[in-house]
Design a protein. Sequence first.
Length: 527
Amino acid sequence: MGTSSLHDDSRFIEDVLVTLRAKMPSALDAPFFDDGIDFAGITTKLSSWNAVLNPVGIELCEFEPGKLAVSSFGTYRDLTGTDSLVQEAAVAFYWALKTFRCIKKVKFSHPMFLLHCFPFVKRAFLENDSVDVLKLYYPDEGPYSSEEFIDALKMTQLRRIDLCGLELDASGIEKLSHLLKQNQQLEIASLQYKLLGDVPPFLMTTLQCLPCLKRLSWRSNGLVPVEVDGIAQLLLTTGTLDELEIHYSDEDADVTVLKPVAQSLGQNHTLCALTFYYVFLCDAGAELIANALKGNGHIKHLKLDHCEIGDVGGSAVAKMLVSNETLEEVNLSNNLMANGAGKQFAEALSVNRVLKKLSLAANHIGTSAAILIARAVAGNDIIEEVDMGAIYSDDFASDALEFALGDGQSEGCDNADEQLAKVFAELKSFERITASWGDAGISELASTVKSSSKIKKVSLEGLCEISVEDEKQLFEALLSNSTVEELELPSTFHSMTRLLLYLPSTSGPQHLSNAYPSQWSSTKRRQ
């Protein structure tokens, strides 16, 4: 698709506006709202605008009384810049943002319109300063540079900005910094960019000066000392920041580079949530963060997901939990932890009475450590959710603990699998079960589901591996349970077919979803 015929000049715009006024009589210039109050014709007017915008993947909608949002969706017709529909949509988009100050949100998660109609997107942004939420994915294959795009953003009232896919050199970073600086009401900033060349300090200096910033999500193509030092300084000086997310790095994190952030965490008094996602902290980085949190009495949510953390780093986090009195949720899923860290988490759960959610999913924790965790959870009246799904371990047999809560005992069992099953059999008061079950434990699980008056969600993996009779017993237990609202299954044709034999249309779970959504298009549906 090309844009050569989308002439960004007044004569071209006036010519297209003549056509639009014929298509949308009285809609093009009349206000959507009178003093922010919805009037009876809003639905008809939105339909007129969307008839023009929808063919190129753009929609105009009212997200709350008196406020409109412009957003993209996945469908984009195979049109060219010479097509009249593209020309009309491009001019309509420009005219809407230029004319109507009730448009408060602009969200382009699908970049096709941005890519092929950029001259009018740019012109629209240049003439609009009333948008307060801007979320844009900028395509790196576009014919226009990220810097030119940033240059077009003249908003001054933004409360939230999400920019993804940018490629910025020092000049681009300076212009992005200027944009942020002129939005002193900014509360949420999510910035993803690829650095081209050396990094100037402008951006982090600007972030430190934003008086209302509450949430920062930052991602670049590496942990560059200038930027990491800037984040550390932000943690020391902020009086408002309560969420910090650091995403992605191309190589193992240099602990020396991370030390300023760790030191600042110990002195910060505002942060409630800290996330490192796909940042290769490894054991040394995890130890650094764990030690830093010993001196922080404010953080409630910690996420170290996909961080290449092994037993040493995981054990450091677990030992920190023994004495920590503020963390309510810890997520160390998709790491390299094994039994060593698993046993340390069992010890932590036996004494910690603050933690409510713990995720150790997609690690290498074996059966022996899982049993210890199950016992610790059974004796803990505060923990609400423990996730150990998708365990990658040869000795972790068919029964994989993901969630348990109650007063179960596991004494007198013959083997490890039966011990896990017995723990679940005694748990009567939990709200969620997520587990992998073989024949050894399915009867006990069915009995638990049948007798529970609290359980709301059941998630089953490996359901196709159990016998039809045991499967039937579980399904009948689900039908007799009056509190289950959601059932999650693996994407196997046979298990789905058999399930439908036991779920009448007038009862059963309100939601049926799949444990592996990528393999099944209907991830959730009403019964």
